[in-house]
Design a protein around this ligand. Structure first.
Ligand code: ARG
Length: 460
């Protein structure tokens, strides 16, 4: 029978199957480095406050540093007998330096320890996510710059609505990812708080210095309330929520990429390396990577909903349910980082069929608003103008005539104020150019967006 660290009050050794069910070492070894760092800060604080003698503390510090080295060399062997990463590290430390290792856990509990590890884990990954998103933004800006004057149909309800600039479309995603970055930035405020020293739930009788251990770990401040410190997983939920919103954005972009490289749209073509073939249909070029990112949004939402559900009825403070907090966040990190990277590469290398995009705006009545606006500027109330154009569209659909093919005398029958210049307005490119309102799709406005985006990126 194995001897467990908390085994004193137990008479039986327990059952392997049950112990395995309760163990978390299978997944929380992902936080081995964070656990060692948390312990180093704790023991340095114990030394500074004279809670441990210099000699004891130094042995523990040297032992932990040795363990970190071994971890990097892949030489640490974890055992399910020690249940979780915290007790595994302590057991390995004992092997390394002997019973003095037992002094490390003074004034600390696994409850504040695991919370500390998880704060460190998320805190260290936030900059990686933000950096990846910045790179994606750069790709979008560059692509937008190449496509300011690329005309495409803008859609509502998946129906041709008004012509827009493809650069404008790309910059919309730039903005979405900007908000994602801001959310992850804000997330730092809540990951950068130290639970260490909250101990099990109530604080400790030892004269610890929580400010010091917080500083040593690079956190902004310690939690103000020890119960909150060990019970709080909001920072993880915020991360998962931010990750879910991000995946929703990526998935919408994927959806459009998938449509647009279909035969029917044919607006873009993906680079070969982001596509796959079919084992039976030789002609196929499938947008697998876009589909996979779209699909992975589901698992990240699952990570969020899973933890929300785990947390929702938990009484304060620690409950074993909370052991379920880790796999979802590990999974989310491992899903979003490559998804962002793949998306950046996919957008960077995709080929735009500019002529085909613009052609799609030529026979589609997406210039109908132009005509209504034109009539309104000639003094016809917009509602009436809308009605007139609607009837022209209906006739056009029946006879196969575009608005730009209707002869001038026909227009003048409708209203003599309509002049030859109406045909200029009906050109998709002109329709785009004329949308000069702030944030609109005109080339000048899109260039302005790009300019501001570049300024923002230059500062990051
Ligand atoms: N393995 C546990 C977890 O992941 C660590 C905390 C255990 N604390 C306790 N009181 N059982 O949550």
């Amino acid at each position: 029978p194995i001897k467990r660290m908390w085994g004193g009050r137990f008479e039986e050794a327990g059952d392997d199957f049950i112990n395995n069910f309760g163990a978390s070492i299978g997944f929380d070894q992902e936080m081995a480095e964070e656990d060692i760092h948390g312990s180093l800060a704790h023991v340095k604080m114990l030394k500074a406050t004279n809670i441990l003698s210099e000699n004891d503390a130094d042995q523990i510090i040297a032992g932990l540093e040795k363990l970190e080295q071994k971890l990097h060399q892949g030489k640490l062997k974890f055992s399910v007998d020690n249940e979780d990463i915290h007790m595994n590290i302590e057991a390995l430390l004992t092997e390394e330096i002997g019973p003095v290792a037992g002094k490390l856990h003074t004034g600390r509990s696994r409850n504040d320890q695991v919370a500390t590890d998880l704060h460190l884990y998320v805190n260290e990954r936030l900059p990686l996510v933000i950096q990846a998103l910045r790179n994606l933004q750069r790709v979008l800006v560059n692509k937008a710059e190449e496509n300011v004057e690329t005309i495409m149909p803008g859609y509502t309800h998946m129906q041709h609505a008004q012509p827009i600039s493809y650069g404008h479309y790309l910059m919309a995603y730039f903005q979405m990812f900007q908000r994602d970055i801001e959310r992850f930035e804000f997330n730092k405020q809540h990951t950068s708080i130290s639970p260490l020293g909250a101990a099990a739930l109530a604080g400790t009788t030892f004269p610890i210095d929580r400010e010091l251990s917080s500083q040593l770990l690079g956190f902004n401040q310690p939690y103000a309330n020890s119960l909150d410190a060990v019970s709080d997983r909001d920072f993880v939920l915020e991360f998962l929520s931010n990750a879910s919103i991000l995946m929703m954005h990526l998935s919408r972009l994927c959806e459009e990429i998938i449509y647009w490289c279909s035969y029917e749209f044919n607006y873009i073509e993906l680079a070969d390396e982001y596509s796959t073939g079919s084992s039976i249909m030789p002609q196929k070029k499938n947008p697998d990577m876009a589909e996979l990112i779209r699909g992975k949004s589901g698992r990240v939402y699952g990570d969020l909903v899973g933890l929300l559900t785990t947390m929702k009825s938990l009484p304060l403070a620690y409950n074993k349910d909370m052991q379920e907090d880790k796999e979802g966040v590990f999974d989310a990190v491992k899903t979003i980082l490559p998804s962002i990277k793949i998306m950046a590469g996919m957008v960077k290398t995709l080929h735009v069929h500019k002529a085909r995009m613009e052609h799609a705006t030529h026979n589609d009545f997406s210039n109908a608003t132009e005509l209504a606006d034109y009539l309104a500027t000639k003094g016809i109330p917009f509602r009436q103008a809308h009605e007139i154009v609607g009837e022209l569209v209906l006739q056009g659909l029946k006879t196969g005539t575009n608005l730009s093919d209707i002869p001038l005398n026909k227009y003048q029958e409708i209203n003599p104020k309509i002049q030859k210049d109406v045909y200029e307005c009906l050109k998709p490119k002109v329709a785009v150019e004329r949308r000069q309102s702030l944030g609109g799709t005109s080339f000048t406005q899109v260039r302005e967006q790009i300019k501001q985006a570049k300024e923002l990126l230059a500062n990051h």
